[in-house]
Design a protein around this ligand. Structure first.
Ligand SMILES: [Zn+2]
Length: 312
């Protein structure tokens, strides 16, 4: 049991979201949560923020960094829009900074024209008060990260059961070297390019095989490729990260990605044995005291009455 807990912890702490399985079902998610709750100390930030069910009231603020922070005044992406549907609703992770939530709605509306996709299936965004999660992500802590499935939105409303159980689409071949030609099609490049061209987007994390394919297909317009960052996993979904909203002094941006398309030596490293078989990371869980001090107040703030009465 102890070993199993360590394995899960190891996966969770890799960043930005390796070990995340967008397609994990409700039962798998519940088993992972239970295993972690049995081992984490009482003041583990994952436990404190992972058990919050409603947002902290107050003006919206992204506090800290993507991998060590929290979120005040979060808003929830509605389960359905004309061009999006929220997946895995049972996780209660469709909360984000209002800037991100509005951005997702605008981005989704562009997909029919930009990529020929009817819309987007939205995976994990953030918890009601941000912070580290019990399962799945090293980042997603300040409400400016979102996972988007590599399955285009279908031409119908998915049922609650489908949203909680159906699998996302894996676009990477079994050898991890290339995209799967049976799944990949030209709409993927159009979709990634449309997202990367948005000024608010800081980075997009993708599987190295996907970056390799985008490098191959991009042609002469390559500036957007600098934001497409290879990372482990990300074969069923991609991870979109926005820059800190203007004027938010408690929000810490990441350094901009290196200039250039990132298609040369840097990408080649991802296909070396060192990258393909990384050693396990045994990091300690973050404690509440490891987060910015303002996150203590965010964790302890009483929820708005309206949020408490909302059925879950
Ligand atoms: Zn992610």
């Amino acid at each position: 049991m102890r070993a199993a807990g360590m394995v899960i912890l190891t996966m969770v702490l890799c960043t930005p979201c390796s070990g995340v399985r967008a397609q994990d079902t409700v039962a798998e998610e519940a088993a992972h949560r239970a295993a972690l709750l049995a081992h984490l100390p009482p003041d583990a930030a994952q436990r404190v923020f992972g058990l919050e069910t409603a947002p902290a009231p107050g003006p919206s603020a992204a506090i800290g960094s993507y991998e060590r922070g929290c979120l005040e005044g979060a808003v929830e992406l509605p389960a359905d829009g004309s061009n999006w549907q929220v997946m895995r609703p049972s996780r209660n992770r469709a909360w984000g900074h209002p800037v991100l939530i509005q951005f997702i709605e605008r981005l989704a509306a562009k997909m029919p024209v930009e990529a020929g996709w009817r819309g987007l299936l939205i995976g994990d965004i953030a918890q009601p008060r941000g912070g580290p999660m019990l399962t799945g992500h090293g980042s997603h802590q300040i409400g400016l990260d979102a996972d988007i499935w590599l399955t285009p939105m279908p031409n119908r409303l998915l049922t609650a059961a489908e949203r909680n159980e159906m699998s996302a689409t894996d676009v990477v071949a079994a050898d991890g070297q290339h995209v799967d030609p049976a799944v990949w099609n030209p709409s993927y490049l159009k979709m990634y390019r449309a997202v990367a061209r948005e000024a608010e987007v800081a980075r997009i994390f993708v599987n190295p095989a996907i970056k390799r394919e985008l490098c191959r297909e991009a042609g002469t317009d390559r500036a957007w490729l600098s934001k497409i960052r290879p990372w482990w996993g990300h074969d069923y979904h991609f991870h979109m990260r926005l820059v800190c909203p203007p004027g938010e002094t408690q929000c810490r941006n990441q350094a901009p990605p290196p200039e250039g398309d990132g298609c040369g030596k840097e990408l080649a490293w991802w296909f070396t044995p060192e990258a393909l078989h990384p050693p396990p990371v045994h990091a300690k869980p973050l404690l509440l005291s490891n987060l910015p001090h303002a996150c203590v107040a965010v964790a302890e703030a009483p929820a708005r009455a309206a949020d408490l009465s909302k059925p879950r």
